[in-house]
Design a protein around this ligand. Sequence first.
Ligand SMILES: Cc1cc2nc3c(=O)[nH]c(=O)nc-3n(C[C@H](O)[C@H](O)[C@H](O)COP(=O)(O)OP(=O)(O)OC[C@H]3O[C@@H](n4cnc5c(N)ncnc54)[C@H](O)[C@@H]3O)c2cc1C
Length: 407
Amino acid sequence: MNRDVIVCGAGAAGMCAAIYAARNGAHVTIIEKNSCLGKKLSMTGNGRCNLTNLDMREEYYNPSARGRMKEWLSTYGVEDVISFFKSMGVVVKSEEGYIYPVSGQAMSVVNALENEIKRLEITVNFGEQVKGVKCFDAGRVKLTTNKTEYEADAVILAMGALSGAKSTMSTGDGYYICKNIGMTVKDTHPALVGFKVAEGEIMPSAGVRAAAEVSFILGSELLAKEKGEVQLNHDGISGIPVMQASREIIQFVEEKKPVYAVLDFFPDYDETDFNALKADMLKLRDERSLEDFLQGFANSGITDMVLGRMKLGRKMKMKNISISMAECILDSYRNVKIALDTSYGYQASQVTTGGISLGDIGSDFSCKGAPGVYCVGELLDVDGRCGGYNLQFAWTSGSIAGCAASL
Ligand SMILES: Cc1cc2nc3c(=O)[nH]c(=O)nc-3n(C[C@H](O)[C@H](O)[C@H](O)COP(=O)(O)OP(=O)(O)OC[C@H]3O[C@@H](n4cnc5c(N)ncnc54)[C@H](O)[C@@H]3O)c2cc1C
């Protein structure tokens, strides 16, 4: 007999779970509190949707998830994701291993999933909020929403976490629902997020993007180091390297520990190269102003920041600046130390660290102690780096749970 499966949440993980369960013959209903499918998915990858990544490794996930990720990725990995989308007519391309739909539009991914959901005659109830689940000994699960009650053979909780704009409806409902059935919820923090800098830090007045190596330090401890294009704003620091490091530092920042970002704006120069560059620059100590001396050396916004921090006037004549002082100015571009205050918060973050403990989750994403209930996606204590790793987990967990729930 076909099993009744209810999927709570129509994000990436929920839609994938629903499709796999229905393809396996289950009678599937999705309950979604938003008024459309895949709201967050439509915003991913700057509207282009970075579906997955050819360089897929378990070490790109949080340490507590790595062992499990190895097992799950071997069951449903990158090639499975590419085949899944191919089966729905979504052609993908690789940009240095980062996989995107050829259309360059995240909406084409959402539309393909929506069409498959219609083709499989999956019922979708929009504007309905799941409030709780209860398991019966008879192997049935009761589900309560703000509108009614349901009974099913299996319920898949795919309600996401706390990250994303308000319109994504990421309010962490899954956490209290899971707590109520005895599951452990690990403390959560925003991740893949930028940081506001401490009051009084001198920053560029307008946004600046620049290549840099960023080291995050707490006292003498190096918490994380990343290289790439940083974004400096009047009040904070973000960009891919900052977001990648955020998981390692967020807890310390939130505990108000003194965490600093130390920026090197010449990340590709070793000491010898940089000394040679300085020697060439120092030949220009003449009538020109400090501002003119530095105009071709670095982005003007960064120069404003460096000179502001050193309390140096831009109009000083180079001939009045000693060689050692000029060297010190040039060296400063390799060691800009910025105190962090707080993160930009869940609404600016791409993923949530923490969540439902994997100790409560079976290899098929079933919830231990709650027969018939499955948990997938960002709701779980799994978070990956920027680059398609979080959506990969949504597809992996959704497909495995969808298949298991249908059997
Ligand atoms: C701006 C942005 C860009 C990103 N870009 C990328 C990227 O390019 N590549 C990548 O790998 N990852 C990216 N991510 C991360 C990725 O989007 C998430 O990891 C992924 O969408 C999580 O999927 P999910 O299905 O678990 O949760 P969600 O997508 O959050 O879906 C959860 C769904 O459940 C619904 N819901 C919540 N509570 C209830 C309830 N009580 N009852 C009913 N429904 C409910 C919500 O409305 C929502 O539709 C990005 C995230 C953001 C915010």
